[in-house]
Write a protein that binds this ligand. Sequence first.
Ligand SMILES: Cc1ncc(COP(=O)(O)O)c(C=O)c1O
Length: 382
Amino acid sequence: MNETPTRVYAEIDLDAVRDNVRALRARAPRAALMAVVKADAYGHGAVPCARAALEAGAAWLGTATPQEALALRAAGIDAPLLCWLWTPGGPWREAVEAGIDVSVSGMWALREVQDAARAAGRTARIQLKADTGLGRAGCQPADWAELVGAAAAAEAEGTVRVTGIWSHFACADEPGHPSIPLQLTAFGDMLAYAEKEGLEPEVRHIANSPATLTLPESHYDLVRCGLAVYGVSPAPELGTSAELGLRPAMSLKASVALVKTVPAGQGVSYGHHYTTDAETDLALIPAGYADGVPRHASGRGPVAVGGRIRHVAGRVAMDQFVVDLGRDHGPRRVRPGDEAVLFGSGEHGEPTAEDWAQAADTIAYEIVTRIGARVPRVYRNG
Ligand SMILES: Cc1ncc(COP(=O)(O)O)c(C=O)c1O
């Protein structure tokens, strides 16, 4: 898109993505880096972010769904790519033919991927996922011997090559959590067993962004970074983006749609959860929960308008919300068309996605990922 849209848009600074990849690689110097670009790169745009991350030295890409992985291949991206969220039916064959590494958590998946490999006449690249304690995807320790044995037999038959053994943390964003050493021990044990049984994975990996930043002993051959690639802190306990040496890539900006004077006692937005206590000026911000602005941040979400931080007055509606400017507007008079910054890097005093997470009582992952399809993405430094 050449022209900046006027209602609301997400500006994505691809140089920030590149800088963050370099910063994360410096934090994990012995490991390669996988840029996790699932969920449209956490709302930032999968293809441009994948390209920027690869330019800055990411060696791998990761997605949840096969459709996300196949879309990267369709865009001409041929980097090593792991896709981990599978359901019966695949599409395994398309993934095998596209040279995508597929995660296998259980026997049913191994059987389906073997069938697809035979049909395609190709060896499938698979990564065995161990459930070391997250209790979500992955193979339980009790079932590991069966899966490893079957994978080794499939390798001997030539239908698969086990390229990776991997796992995922439950609480890496809570430094000192007792599950962390337990998961590391379980991962070491499950890995040792698989290697004893003859598997020789190219990559062994367990670290997500918080583990990359705080747990060098978890780095192994590869760190899988999602949120930190986009410059956002995974948790307030770990520090702000700036403290972590990261730069948020996304800024969510809108144009003020209306400024009007209202009397004291004016109820504002649905439910009248805010009432003006004196004559005042209201500004209408044309972005709402259909755009991904969380309704939970009603009455609290911060916005930079006219050189000052204001807060959502009353409820966030589907397409719009209101801020109270007061009568004097602060540093400068606010007019229709002025820029309102809901969140950005914070470098110019604007709120951050982390501030919105706090206002909406959620995590910053959700704030950036939920920015909706209706919001155009505008890329800088492509
Ligand atoms: C399996 C897996 N690995 C890595 C990541 C990246 O996590 P983060 O965004 O904390 O780096 C995710 C994201 O949730 C994931 O599901």
